[in-house]
Write a protein that binds this ligand. Structure first.
Ligand code: MLT
Length: 311
């Protein structure tokens, strides 16, 4: 059996796959057409968020049995089409939770204290500008968490350690989970908008969450609100975010995930109070090893006819 790997995945999982006598072929930077042409030659494919598996990719699925997503989000995969063709989709939920939660916490601090700008100013402009970098504390602020799953819960723990009050909106979780975390669960998203100083999103990208934060919602938020999106591009409408930063309604934002990636020519990059990273929420050594091992085990199980967990 043979597995195609289209993006960088930690060695540990690949070693595990090879130990099970399954071959691996790495082919990076394939165009969608190239991927569609060769995908059917493999028993499984392992991707990250940089590879889209669409209906077109699966036109000639050949012997493909498994699509492995080295991460959590499966929005880059046409699951309905895969199921129609009898292809299993496997991901690694929970494996990169801590990396994503820590990046989110860093993004909040960046937005509150403008750390990247101060760093740039001293290091690259050689300015000793202490007055310019007056910040705001996380302590005593209200953090609205949209999505209290794996990552949202870990963000709550960290924010509480900083002395923030945490609210959460998540129609899919039990009140007791929020209570255990010391988080106030609200029933309406509007309550998050109206009461939060900082709002952070930790949901998958679905029909329900796409454009969940447009001008209409931003207008209901506090003046000077801070928005963080280290979950998926498209949850916050970028055009509306751009206008709201320009008008000062949104004081700052931290964005790791964009509507279109790579986002090297995104207009948001032109604005001072937009702090950005190139979709690195899952990029810690620890999380990449976790992701790769968990995924490899499940894929091997699926290919060898053992019980496995799918997405
Ligand atoms: C995820 O969904 O877990 C991440 O987007 C994975 C990645 O970095 O590709």
């Amino acid at each position: 059996m043979k597995i195609l790997v289209t993006e960088h995945v930690a060695q540990e999982g690949l070693d595990y796959i090879r130990k099970n006598n399954i071959e691996i072929e790495g082919k990076m930077n394939l165009t969608p057409q190239e991927l569609a042409q060769i995908i059917g030659n493999y028993d499984a494919v392992i991707t990250r968020s940089g590879t889209r598996i669409t209906k077109e990719t699966l036109t000639n699925p050949g012997k493909l049995k498994v699509i492995g997503r080295a991460g959590v989000g499966v929005d880059s995969i046409d699951i309905a089409e895969a199921s129609k063709k009898g292809i299993i989709v496997i991901n690694a939920p929970g494996a990169n939770t801590i990396a994503a939660a820590e990046l989110t916490t860093g993004m909040m601090l960046n937005a509150l204290r403008k750390l990247p700008t101060a760093h740039y100013s001293l290091k690259y402009e050689r300015k000793w500008d202490r007055k310019k970098f007056m910040g705001v504390e996380l302590s005593g602020k209200t953090l609205g968490i949209v999505g209290l799953g794996h990552v949202g819960s870990e963000v709550a723990k960290r924010a509480k350690a900083f002395g923030a009050k945490c609210l959460a909106y998540d129609p899919y979780i039990k009140k007791t989970k929020a209570l255990d975390l010391g988080v106030e669960l609200v029933e309406q998203f509007d309550e998050i908008l109206e009461r939060s100083d900082i709002i952070t999103f930790h949901t998958p990208l679905t029909k329900e969450t796409k454009n969940m934060m447009t001008k209409k919602e931003i207008d209901k938020a506090k003046d000077g609100v801070i928005l963080i999106n280290c979950a998926r591009g498209g949850i916050i409408n970028e055009k509306d975010l751009y206008e709201s930063i320009k008008s000062g309604k949104v004081a700052a934002c931290g964005i790791d995930t964009f509507e279109k990636e790579p986002a090297t020519d995104n207009p948001l990059l032109d604005l001072d109070n937009v702090f950005v990273t190139p979709h690195i929420g899952a990029n810690s050594n620890e999380s990449q090893i976790n992701v790769s091992l968990i995924l490899a085990q499940q894929i091997v199980n699926a290919l060898l006819g053992r019980p496995y967990q799918n997405a």
